[in-house]
Design a binder for this molecule. Structure first.
Ligand code: ZN
Length: 410
């Protein structure tokens, strides 16, 4: 078999970092009437490049087929994420001195959850968003939106039209683009000579540290260290000059980039994160070896808990029908006999079934009626918020369980 090639540097990729078997796309929630139809699954395997240390999904099919699912995520449904976006906007407007003469571009602007803050501050902006339903929601807020995928050709077109940006923002898009080189060249093309790029993405260092293997899914193509991002930037004529460590998604980075020749000085924080990644060995094979065994230990722990609960006649419900839960449940082979239902507040998911595991998704009120012995909280990153919401159940004896980085029963 020919080895796949690195998406960044084209080196062959002999080293498998994590193999989660086959799984359906994580957002392919099923309507009950689809249960008698075949269900597509794809290999879910990550490889690490031993030249540039980019951890990446293995190519298997045309990427755009994954985005055919009816379900579209609207960022504005999360209060916590809206607050995060508002704080960022306020901070970056002040830091860069943005005003009515500036131009801001957001790539993957979704429903306008971020750019609404720039509109409110009188800073001209442009969203780039290929998903029609979310783009329409942003336009309703007065945000101009280009309904396209971002890459080098769009970046060049914006430059030709005199629409280069003082700020290009990308929140949780960089890890999700299949061609990261083309995307990065697009950023360079669309950026003014002294402009600033900010990108947020989950930090691979934390993924490994906290064994967050359930954040792996097909649409999440790249798993990034600052070392690797610096290399990808350099190839496109860009450089990283600052970084912030954020608690979102279990530990994210917000990098600040600019043209290689721009005047932005490198900060001590950027140097510190690079030094910490080197200290942990992120440029050596040993760092990546052994992750599979740790993921397997998490899976085994979850199965042991569910089997013990079943044997003891204890009822278990799931909470949070998000991508993380799909990765974990499908890898562990959990089916409705071990986890009969999962509650989620999103109306668009209620009444559907989890892809692969076919566990029904029910409204949260179900928990009040059934009062399970345990609630397994699948999105561990919002576990504290969920526990607060479900405090009434806990008062009646229900116990909360999280599975990553190890099974914990409270
Ligand atoms: Zn590479």
């Amino acid at each position: 078999m020919t080895l796949p090639a690195c998406r960044h540097c084209n080196a062959p990729l002999p080293q498998v970092f994590l193999d989660l078997g086959h799984a359906p796309p994580s957002n392919a929630y099923l309507s009950p009437d689809r249960l008698n139809a075949p269900e597509m699954t794809f290999p879910l395997r990550l490889r690490v490049c031993e030249s540039c240390w980019l951890v990446q999904t293995e190519d298997f099919a045309r990427a755009d087929s994954l985005f055919d699912a009816e379900y579209a995520y609207f960022s504005s449904t999360s209060k916590g994420w809206l607050d995060h976006a508002a704080r960022y906007a306020q901070g970056v407007i002040a830091r860069l001195g943005l005003d009515g003469t500036s131009h801001v571009i957001e790539v993957a602007s979704n429903d306008g959850y971020l750019l609404r803050n720039f509109v409110a501050a009188g800073v001209p902006c442009l969203g780039v968003e290929p998903t029609a339903s979310t783009a329409a929601a942003a336009e309703a807020l007065g945000i101009p939106v280009l309904r396209e995928f971002f890459g080098e050709s769009l970046g060049r077109r914006l430059a030709d039209e005199g629409r280069q940006a003082d700020l290009i923002a990308g929140n949780n898009v960089y890890a999700h683009v299949p061609d990261i080189n083309d995307f990065t060249r697009g950023l360079a093309a669309a950026l003014k000579p002294e402009g600033v790029i900010t990108l947020e993405f989950p930090h691979l260092m934390r993924l490994v540290e906290f064994c967050q293997f359930d954040t792996v899914y097909h649409e999440h193509f790249s798993y990034l260290s600052l070392l690797t991002v610096s290399r990808i930037f350099a190839q496109a004529g860009l450089r990283v000059f600052d970084v912030e460590e954020l608690p979102t998604h279990g530990g994210s980075l917000r990098v600040y980039g600019c043209h290689a020749g721009a005047g932005h000085a490198e900060t001590p924080d950027a140097r510190a994160v690079l030094a910490e990644e080197r200290r942990r060995g992120m440029e050596g094979a040993a760092f990546y070896a052994g992750f599979q065994a740790r993921a397997d230990a998490v899976k085994d722990g979850l199965l042991r808990f569910l089997l013990d609960a079943k044997r003891d006649g204890r009822s278990v419900a799931g909470y949070g029908a998000a991508a993380k839960g799909n990765t974990l449940l499908n890898y562990a082979g959990v089916r409705p006999d071990l986890l009969p239902y999962i509650c989620d507040a999103a109306r668009s998911k209620q009444g559907k079934l989890m892809p692969g595991s076919h566990i029904p998704i029910l409204p949260p009120e179900t928990l009040e009626d059934r009062r399970p012995d345990y609630v397994l909280i699948l999105p561990w990153n919002i576990a504290d918020e969920v526990k607060r919401q479900l405090a009434g159940l806990a008062a009646q004896g229900t116990r909360f369980v999280t599975a990553v980085p190890e099974v914990r029963v409270e």
